[in-house]
Design a protein around this ligand. Structure first.
Ligand code: C2E
Ligand code: MG
Ligand code: MG
Length: 538
């Protein structure tokens, strides 16, 4: 990726990172505001219901009291008693007594007119009746409801039933369970009111937020405008915006830091290539049946001038993504062959394996570099092994052509990290691959209760049937070595023997190991001991 691309991507990500938390803060605020308002209205509907029940139960108590005192004679005493009970009962405006449906007296005195109890009655719990108008007992009657028990009647102002103190603007209403609306505290959409009276719901529509609650005699509801939600959103935002801004800033800072890292890694890698700051280290490869060192894998090491080491797991993928791997591979090829020429010439059974990236396979340039490097020196092409990962076969035909060319030139081709990619062993049959490197993860699984431990013997068996040689990577224990050797895996490398070593140390390891192995073999032959080799640590 070029500098311009890194900057463009970083800029795009920074804008997203800045905007997304703020948008999320707004969205969450709005959701919270809706939910709060819905709960708020549900609470008010509940309180309205309680208020309605309370008023009606006060009226019932008053009516029961008068009925128990038998006041239907309407004597002067009785009228005084009616007045007294009316005054003592909060929310009851008037009490009346009828006989055969005609008014006899009320808390104002004896009836003079011919007032008759009218209006359809709704039955309430406990045998009480409710009429939605003054029922002919009171003038004007339209703002009154009547609660009746036999001939005793209590008149209440409708508004009393929704007389609940509110902390935000809203409409409150109450209706009978049968759906007869008693009162709404303002103008409301009749369709919405009908819905709220019918079922217990909370919700939001285009213009309103609403909630209803049902009790044993009544259903109460509360409706507010969506503008209340806007107002609530605003106050929620005050809490969330600082958090959103904090997250935005943190993300932007992270992106700036990462892009600076990438920009600086790109710059440093370019410098590293120009100044050839890379070293080739060598990890010994051991023949498991004899314990002999038969070669090495060349592994790149990068030490910057300030002394810090950068892991190949970090900069190799970066070089691959940024079009620099070709130069890195070329440097490694030159270094490895210049280090190893003498050793390879002296020991014809020794090899060195060089890692080749998928992009190298695509261009095929590495072959020219190897040719140039071994031309004129006495190194055989089969002493140079090439390690290609499964990703190297992605570009099918191109990969095949390059690898066939390499195979024809005499190099040994090994498939690296086998089992971690997607290729199957049968796919390998058609490629000029002769060595399979079993990935460390499968070696780690040996003797463990892991899922991969089932796969390892399978891979080994298939490789045998395809007549592929195997190198097991990352052997760390004698137990792993023993199992691999018993399964017929020919070669291995790992910290059990040695880590990747600078060239001179590798050569010292090689000489010492093979001298020791020779002694051991001689000793074993003389003493007639088992030929099973016990590994020597280098
Ligand atoms: P790889 O080719 O699979 O190399 C094996 C890695 O496993 C090496 O890591 C090696 O040091 C490590 N290893 C070997 N034995 C053991 C062990 O017993 N235990 C543990 N924990 N690790 C072990 P390294 O050197 O860090 O290289 C990492 C990867 O970087 C290599 O994996 C290879 O994919 C890449 N790489 C290294 N050098 C080159 C190079 O010159 N060119 C290219 N294209 N890639 C390279
Ligand atoms: Mg390798
Ligand atoms: Mg590997």
């Amino acid at each position: 990726m070029r500098r311009k691309n890194i900057l463009a991507i970083a800029f795009g990500l920074a804008i997203c990172a800045g905007a997304l938390p703020l948008l999320a803060a707004f969205y969450i605020s709005r959701e919270r505001a809706f939910n709060l308002e819905r709960q708020h209205l549900a609470d008010y509907a509940e309180w309205t219901l309680q208020r309605g029940d309370l008023n009606v139960s006060r009226a019932r108590t008053a009516l029961n009291l008068l009925a128990s005192e038998h006041r239907q004679a309407c004597s002067a005493d009785d009228v005084v008693r009616l007045q007294q009970v009316t005054t003592d009962t909060l929310s009851v405006e008037e009490i009346a007594i009828t006989h055969n449906g005609r008014l006899i007296c009320n808390s104002w005195g004896l009836a003079r007119g011919e007032a008759v109890l009218t209006g359809e009655a709704t039955l309430l719990s406990g045998g009480y009746a409710l009429r939605l108008h003054g029922g002919g007992l009171s003038v004007p009657s339209s703002d009154m409801i009547v609660i009746s028990k036999g001939d005793y009647h209590a008149l209440l102002k409708r508004e009393r039933l929704v007389d609940v103190l509110r902390d935000t603007p809203m409409l409150l209403g109450i209706a009978t369970l049968s759906g007869r609306l008693i009162v709404v505290s303002g103008e409301a959409d009749p369709g919405l009111v009908a819905r709220l009276v019918r079922e217990e719901i909370t919700g939001i529509n285009d213009g309103n937020v609403f909630a209803s609650r049902r009790g044993k005699d009544f259903v109460a509801f509360a409706i507010s405008s969506r503008s209340v939600v806007d107002w609530r959103t605003g106050s929620e935002l005050w809490t969330l915006i600082p958090i959103g801004v904090g997250i935005s800033l943190a993300l932007i800072a992270l992106i700036v830091w990462l892009s600076r890292q990438r920009l600086s890694l790109a710059g440093e890698l370019a410098t590293g290539i120009r100044r050839q700051e890379f070293l080739a280290y060598y990890q010994p490869i051991i023949e498991l049946s004899t314990g002999r060192c038969i070669g090495a894998e060349a592994l790149i090491r990068w030490q910057k001038p300030d002394g810090t080491w950068i892991s190949p797991d970090l900069f190799i993928p970066f070089a691959e993504q940024n079009g620099m791997i070709g130069q890195v591979t070329a440097i490694m090829i030159r270094k490895v062959i210049s280090n190893m020429t003498q050793a390879l010439t002296e020991h014809r059974d020794m090899h060195v394996a060089i890692n080749i990236s998928p992009q190298d396979v695509e261009t095929g340039e590495f072959l020219t570099h190897i040719n140039d490097a071994i031309e004129g020196v006495n190194v055989q092409p089969e002493q140079i092994w090439l390690e290609v990962t499964e990703r190297g076969f992605v570009h099918g035909d191109v990969a095949r052509a390059t690898l066939e060319k390499a195979g024809n030139a005499g190099h040994v081709i090994a498939i690296d990290d086998f089992g971690t990619g997607y290729s199957s062993l049968s796919q390998l049959e058609s490629l000029p691959v002769t060595v399979l490197k079993i990935d460390k993860s499968f070696v780690d699984a040996i003797g463990q209760d892991a899922v991969t431990s089932v796969v390892t013997p399978h891979i080994i068996e298939m490789a045998h049937s395809l007549k592929l040689k195997m190198v097991a990577e990352g052997i760390e224990t004698a137990e792993q070595e023993r199992m691999l050797r018993q399964s017929g895996v020919q070669y291995g490398q790992g910290w059990l023997y040695a880590k990747a070593l600078p060239f001179e140390e590798f050569m010292a390891f090689y000489e010492k190991r093979n001298a020791a192995t020779q002694d051991n073999e001689l000793g074993s032959a003389e003493s007639g001991a088992s030929s099973d080799f016990s590994p020597l640590n280098g």
